[in-house]
Design a protein around this ligand. Structure first.
Ligand code: NAD
Length: 491
């Protein structure tokens, strides 16, 4: 049994209350560790440390190149610990080691990329109408940033927030998901090893309604970066509004994946399966609504069902496994409830629709990859995020119909189209109401590409060079060079 502690002010410390939460392995069912169930006072201590580090001490006066050097060292340390960090994540969320290793392996790029921007943050000298005044702007960091992350890609989604926040000189208090807290705690040790001053990065684990809420409500946390479900996001947004606290929200999705009749159908079929079933559907950008043109519907959909039948469920540490277990029991129950809902609404089950009981799955929380066909886009199964291996297939007649269905949903995170018509690519890409449009691919991503949601999928963007402004504020300085002050009162 591994006992983890919070990371506050450069050291591992137990929670004041002495209370802990279990770390469950969703494949073996074993409880393999404990993480602090932190309360208000733990969060307050962490925020005080982060405030101190921001206002005084080495971080507050560190030059941008020096900050960047620390970030590059952190990137190197992550790269040297990919296997260990990925294995911790697999033990907690059941995603395949193959996927987590690839994902954690790309995290250093986030720290290198934003380290490269740290010394390019500059204000401007402004040509105002006062020749005897020097007017310039300063781009200043905000202060203590509260970061709240989900369980599906824990360290990756943390990097999206932490790397730009550090590059711009902020400090952080991180509240990871209660289901996957250990990797952030291990990561915090690497932050210390990289040489970051105490208090710059703090990790406080616990429940959303306890530690998470305390972080959101703390008056010295000046901005929040939240990734999670819509309910949590709305709760965070409402609390933050009371303190006029800005937020970045990365929330859920119900992303349309549109297959036109002129597409390369081999690619499109593979893409349709991977879009939804990679990560067992536990991905905010899962292509959970497959829109198929009516003219190819009867031949294309059976190909997707046949390919889905070849997916291997199993031990997430086995390199041959395509999908591991569902990450945790509440999520497992939620997925099965959603499947029951789809059935009750009259959607046809083309495959799956039940918990998986194949040999070799042990005590794992597995759900069979499920495809509902002949789904009406108005059904709840087509409108609400499942966050599991459940695909809705919806027929459409023509381009206008595809766009109408694709956009007829409250979310707007990912979207994709498969076609060989270049004119259609640009027409449809312009009209899809989503933060990302993939063309003849799915899920491609990069730290250089802004990512975020339209509509209820979120606020703000993560990734890309522009987003450093999410962690900066502009100050104007106006300096009278004339040596004489002319009062408007003429006294
Ligand atoms: P969740 O909303 O239950 O929890 C996310 C985090 O928020 C956790 O750390 C949780 O403890 C905390 N939290 C929950 N309620 C809170 C509150 N009221 N105050 C403060 N903190 C609170 O989400 P989850 O189940 O961990 O993750 C799945 C969801 O995340 C899905 O909806 C998925 O689409 C979304 N997601 C979005 C993105 C994106 O980039 N848009 C990426 C991954 C996951």
């Amino acid at each position: 049994m591994e006992i983890w502690e919070n990371y506050i002010d450069g050291a591992y410390v137990p929670p004041r209350s002495g209370a802990y939460l279990d770390c469950d392995n969703p494949f073996s069912g074993e409880i393999w560790g404990r993480v602090p169930r932190s309360a208000d006072e733990d969060v307050a201590i962490a925020v005080a440390a982060a405030s101190r580090a921001f206002r005084e001490g080495p971080w507050s006066v560190m030059t941008a190149p020096a900050r960047a050097a620390l970030m590059r060292r952190l990137g190197d340390l992550i790269a040297a610990h990919v296997d260990e960090l990925a294995a911790i994540e697999v033990r907690d969320n059941g995603k395949t080691y193959r996927e987590m290793k690839a994902q954690v392996g790309r995290i250093p790029e986030w720290y290198y990329f934003y380290a490269g921007l740290a010394d390019k943050i500059a204000g401007e000298v402004l040509p105002t109408d006062r020749p005897d005044h020097l007017s310039y702007t300063r781009r200043e960091p905000l202060g203590v940033i509260g970061m709240i992350t989900p369980w599906n890609s824990p360290l990756n989604l943390l990097a999206w927030k932490l790397a730009p926040a550090l590059a711009t000189g902020n400090t952080a208090v991180i509240k990871p998901s209660e289901f996957t807290s250990a990797s952030a705690l291990r990561f915090a040790g690497l932050v210390g090893e990289a040489g970051f001053p105490a208090g710059v990065v703090n990790v406080v684990t616990g429940l959303g309604g306890e530690a998470g809420k305390a972080l959101v409500n703390h008056p010295d946390v000046v901005k929040l970066a939240f990734t999670g479900g819509v309910d949590g996001g709305l709760a965070v947004y409402a609390s933050a509004a009371g303190q006029l606290k800005p937020v970045i929200l990365e929330l859920g999705g119900k992303s349309p994946n549109i297959v036109f009749e002129d597409a390369n159908l081999d690619n499109a079929a593979q893409g349709a399966v991977a879009a939804i079933f990679a990560s067992g559907g536990q991905s905010c950008i899962a292509g959970s609504r497959l829109l198929v043109q009516r003219s190819i519907y009867d031949t294309f959909v059976p190909r997707v069902v046949e390919l889905t039948g070849r997916i291997r469920l199993g031990d997430p540490m086995d390199p041959a496994t395509h999908i591991g277990p569902v990450a945790n029991k509440p999520q497992f129950d939620r997925i099965l409830q959603r499947i029951a809902l789809g059935k009750s609404e009259g959607a046809h089950v083309a495959c799956g629709g039940v918990p998986a009981t194949r040999p070799g799955l042990g005590k794992g929380l597995f759900v069979e990859p499920t495809i509902f066909t002949e789904v009406d886009n108005n059904m709840r199964i087509a409108q609400e995020e499942v966050f599991g291996p459940v695909l809705c297939v919806i027929p459409f007649e023509d381009e206008a119909d595809a766009l109408r269905i694709a956009n007829d949903v409250r979310f707007g995170l990912g979207s994709a189209l498969w076609t060989q018509d270049v004119n259609r690519v640009h027409r449809v890409a312009a009209k899809l109401q989503a933060g990302t449009v993939w063309v003849n691919t799915y899920r491609a991503s990069s730290n250089i590409t802004p990512f975020g949601g339209y509509k209820m999928s979120g606020l703000g963007r993560e990734g890309g060079a522009d987003m450093i402004h999410e962690y900066l504020q502009t100050k104007s300085v106006l300096l009278n060079l004339s040596g004489k002050y002319t009062s408007p009162f003429d006294l």
